[in-house]
Design a binder for this molecule. Structure first.
Ligand SMILES: [Zn+2]
Length: 325
């Protein structure tokens, strides 16, 4: 959806928003501010002020009419005091910082550039160190830099790719969002893998009872609920045998890792394993919620049956010609 939306964004987003939009640049904002401030130093103009407001979190709560009024209003001392008293804004003098750069009403002096230049110098020396360490010798570092010159031009993109930290590619999203897994099951599995399911250990300090609602024998956590819990463990052990998954199960991430490694059986077997995993996580989570919020107690045999029925149903939909597994 993001890539389908991206060609339209340029028309949807106000031109004043220069950052984070393709083909626009945040630098435009930096050019704009001195342009607006050009005459602020003059003595024979009406009193005026510039307000630096961080609108990031307030986007939906701002009264834009008020902001517009303020933007076109000319400001005198009384107005300034009123604004000061009714907001958290503080009055500052030039130069102030905007997007990391100093802003003045006149031309910036060389001294005012110094903090900025120091930072740039700091970056360059740390990049130089990194490059030397990575390449091992000055000669190797030089030939690396030559590789960044593409068609006679220095490619900042190539250099950036070298310095930026490489993200470890996660394998589990491929399994979780597999087409054969029902979206609501995938969602719960995904929350589980991201450690976002709100088990009781995560609510410590907000609730008193931390006991696992399924076995009532230990504190509830994701690993407990799905793998250590007497109920969870027994459900898994039956489902594991049933779908032909032989590995020991200790955490969701490990289960998913093995499933990806071993998804080599026939199409049906490998799909049944994925669907079985997602269904088991979903129905255990559902049983736990029903116990907490509705007081319903589901026997583990009932949970197992729910999972098996659901897996059959999904497999049957995917392979309608199938008579029996
Ligand atoms: Zn338990």
């Amino acid at each position: 959806m993001a890539s389908r939306l991206s060609p339209l964004l340029i028309n949807l987003i106000d031109p004043a928003q220069a950052a984070f939009v393709q083909s626009r640049s945040m630098v435009e904002n930096i050019y704009l501010v001195p342009e607006l401030l050009k005459h602020y130093g003059w003595s024979r103009i009406s009193p005026r002020c510039i307000m630096k407001i961080d609108l990031r979190k307030a986007y939906n709560t701002i009264n834009w009419d008020f902001v517009n009024d303020v933007l076109i209003a000319s400001i005198d001392r009384v107005d300034l005091d009123n604004i000061k008293n009714s907001s958290d804004l503080s009055v500052e003098k030039f130069p102030f910082r905007y997007l990391g750069l100093p802003v003045v009403a006149t031309k910036l002096s060389i001294a005012q550039f110094h903090p900025f230049l120091d930072r740039v110098a700091g970056y360059i020396s740390s990049w130089a160190d990194k490059l030397l360490v990575a390449e091992g010798s000055l000669q190797a570092a030089k030939s690396r830099i030559e590789q960044w010159i593409i068609g006679g031009k220095f490619s900042s993109k190539a250099a950036y790719e070298f310095f930026r930290p490489q993200k470890i590619k996660l394998t589990w999203p491929k399994l979780v969002w597999h087409g054969c897994i029902t979206p609501k099951h995938a969602f719960i599995l995904w929350l589980g893998l991201k450690d976002r399911l709100l088990t009781r250990d995560k609510l410590q300090g907000h609730i008193e009872d931390l006991i696992c609602p399924l076995c009532m024998a230990a504190d509830e956590s994701i690993d407990h609920l799905f793998f250590q819990c007497n109920v969870g463990k027994q459900v898994w052990s039956q489902i594991k045998n049933w779908i032909g998954f032989l590995r020991a199960m200790t955490t969701l991430k490990i289960v998913v890792k093995w499933m990806i490694k071993e998804a080599t059986g026939t199409r049906i077997q490998s799909k049944a394993k994925k669907i079985g995993l997602a269904c088991t996580v979903y129905f255990l989570w559902e049983a736990r919620n029903e116990r907490i919020f509705e007081g319903k107690i589901k026997h583990r045999k009932t949970i197992i049956r729910c999972i098996q029925v659901q897996v059959y149903r999904i497999i049957y939909n995917l392979f309608p010609d199938l008579i029996g597994l």
